[in-house]
Design a protein. Structure first.
Length: 78
C-alpha cells in the first residue's frame, strides 16, 4: 500500500505526486477535515513530488524569465 497527497478540485480528486495505479485498481480515499489554501495548492501543484518541500512561494514569480535575464547579463558585453 502507498499513500499520496491530493485534493478535491470540486469535480475530481487530483494527486500531487505521480500515481502508478493500474486501471480499475482499488484505492482507499481518506477525506481530511482541513482545506488546502489556494496558495498552498498552487505551490504544491507546481512543485509536486519529491522536491515540493523545498518550494518557496515568494520566489516563484522571480523564476519567470530568470534564465533569459541572466543570459542577457552574461552576453551583453561580448
Amino acid at each position: 500500500m502507498i499513500a499520496v497527497e491530493g485534493y478535491f478540485d470540486g469535480t475530481v480528486i487530483r494527486t500531487l505526486q505521480k500515481l502508478n495505479a493500474k486501471k480499475n485498481q482499488r484505492v482507499i480515499i481518506t477525506v481530511l477535515d482541513e482545506e488546502i489554501r489556494s496558495e498552498e495548492k498552487r505551490v504544491k501543484t507546481e512543485a509536486a513530488g519529491f522536491l515540493a518541500k523545498y518550494a518557496n512561494p515568494e520566489l516563484i514569480n522571480m523564476e519567470e524569465g530568470a534564465w533569459e535575464r541572466e543570459a542577457v547579463k552574461s552576453y551583453e558585453n561580448t
